[in-house]
Design a protein around this ligand. Structure first.
Ligand code: SF4
Length: 457
């Protein structure tokens, strides 16, 4: 009963967050940076921040996450971190030889007011950046936004520093996948390959954070979008941005800088969002949808129609990231379920507007951005749900209130599978559905009286 102090009595809070449904911006910036081939993320702040961000990612992906830090001490906290960063850039290229360093700030360096573009210029002027190598940056103070906005800021930084327009439009389609698992990025690449569309997916953490065990340490695994490909994004014929929070800012910036038109989409979780993604791929590229993808969709529909009776009317509480919660809630509605309580810690009105659209058929639904898990738990205390979906932190609510729990989102610290098996696309939706059904039917088995305990359900 770790959460025994959660009460039914809900009081509006403005200055207190309890059990936040988000984590800090630099984690997202670090994750995005790992999606560039031979990139070393660099945390401009004190060592503790960098250690926390690395360990959060390492625990979720179960792979070592490399990153460096400006190692602020009392002196840099007072006088600024310029000297530390310039020296760090020089040391990193000399010792670790990345092709690119992606610098993100922390609360401390933002509060001091370090001017990172000016410091990067100084490092370039002093010859600390070898020819053909790059230093890019994103501002990620953690007292605003969340890990999702940190991810978005770094992806936008990739566009700002690296995309080039040479003039000739190429036969490449940019896809910005949003914060999803390496398995999901691999799945997106599989779908576009099946449609024979040439794409530049950025960032791309497949083969970076889901690498095979070979017995040899490789500081820069084979995955990640290549720098040469990133530079071409300014000449692509279009961009598909998946998720309003994680991907849209970079797509808008590409359009503003290089006139690359973009189509904003939801992340393709569930049937309708996957349909919109596949349709957009077809329309923008002119390539037909192959029978293999239609068959995947058909198998998903078949699975739903076989099992719909176990899902109908089930009340679900969800928490996590807005770009995932919107299509996931839409999918649950398609399954006949009722997403009734949904919170994200990430701020932004767009989430609430989209949820209002998606949940038109669930009038009792409550949803809120800039909210915490404590509020969601209070809603649950007032009227129970049949299923809880969210990251590992939900296990306390699940245990205290005896609710079946499906782990989804970031971070997942106590299970495996998320980085290997996709949740995106039709095949991903089948896996999601299998996990939801598993949780609900296990509970039905557990609670059934002996005379109703069935072999065939
Ligand atoms: S919230 Fe700020 S101080 Fe804390 S770990 Fe994140 S960046 Fe560092």
């Amino acid at each position: 009963m770790l959460l025994r102090h959660t009460t039914k009595d809900i009081k509006e809070r403005t200055a207190l967050t309890v059990n936040p449904a988000k984590t800090c911006q630099p984690i997202g910036a670090m994750y995005a940076a790992l999606g560039i081939h031979r990139c070393l993320p660099h945390s401009h702040g004190s060592q503790g921040c960098c250690s926390y961000h690395r360990s959060a990612l390492t625990r979720h992906y179960k792979d070592p996450v490399m990153a460096s830090t400006s190692s602020f001490t009392e002196g840099s906290s007072v006088f600024g971190g310029q000297a530390n960063l310039v020296e760090a850039v020089s040391n990193i290229f000399a010792l670790y030889n990345p092709d690119i360093i992606a610098v993100h700030t922390t609360c401390l360096s933002e509060t001091i007011g370090d001017d990172i573009p000016q410091i990067i210029s100084k490092a370039n002027e002093e010859g600390k950046v070898p020819k053909g190598k790059y230093v890019i940056h994103a501002n990620t103070p953690s007292y605003v936004g969340s890990h999702v906005t940190g991810f978005a800021n770094m992806v936008k930084g990739m566009v700002k520093y690296l995309s080039v327009k040479k003039g000739e439009t190429l036969n490449t389609l940019n896809i910005i996948p949003g914060w999803c698992e390496p398995s999901d990025m691999r799945e997106i690449k599989r779908l576009v390959k099946a449609m024979e569309i040439e794409t530049i997916l950025f960032p791309d953490t497949s083969d970076v954070l889901d690498t095979p065990l070979t017995g040899k340490f490789n500081m820069y695994p084979k995955g990640g979008v290549a720098l040469d490909r990133l530079k071409l994004t300014g000449d692509s014929y279009a961009t598909l941005s998946l998720g309003a929070y994680g991907s849209l800012p970079a797509a808008q910036d590409l359009d503003t800088r290089h006139k690359v038109r973009f189509e904003p989409l939801d992340m393709p979780y569930g049937i309708s969002a996957s349909d919109r993604f596949v349709t957009a791929l077809k329309n923008v590229s002119g390539r037909p949808v192959p029978a293999s993808i239609s068959d995947e969709r058909g198998r998903l529909v078949d699975m739903i129609s076989d099992m719909e009776q176990y899902l109908y009317g089930k009340r679900v509480a969800l928490f996590g990231d807005p770009d995932q919660l919107v299509p996931l809630s839409e999918f649950l509605v398609e399954l006949g379920m009722k997403p009734v309580y949904i919170v994200t810690g990430t701020p932004g009105k767009c989430f609430e507007d989209r949820m209002a659209e998606v949940l038109k058929s669930v009038p009792e639904a409550k949803f809120r951005s800039s909210a915490d898990m404590y509020l969601m738990h209070q809603w649950i205390k007032n009227e129970k749900v049949d299923l809880l979906m969210g990251n590992t932190y939900g296990k306390y609510i699940s245990r205290d209130d005896d609710i079946p729990f499906v782990r989804f989102g970031f971070p997942i610290l106590d299970r495996v599978g998320h980085s290997y098996f996709p949740s995106i696309g039709y095949q991903g939706a089948m896996r999601l559905l299998e996990r939801i059904l598993g949780a609900l039917m296990d509970r039905q088995d557990r609670d059934a009286p002996e005379e109703k305990f069935e072999l065939i359900m």
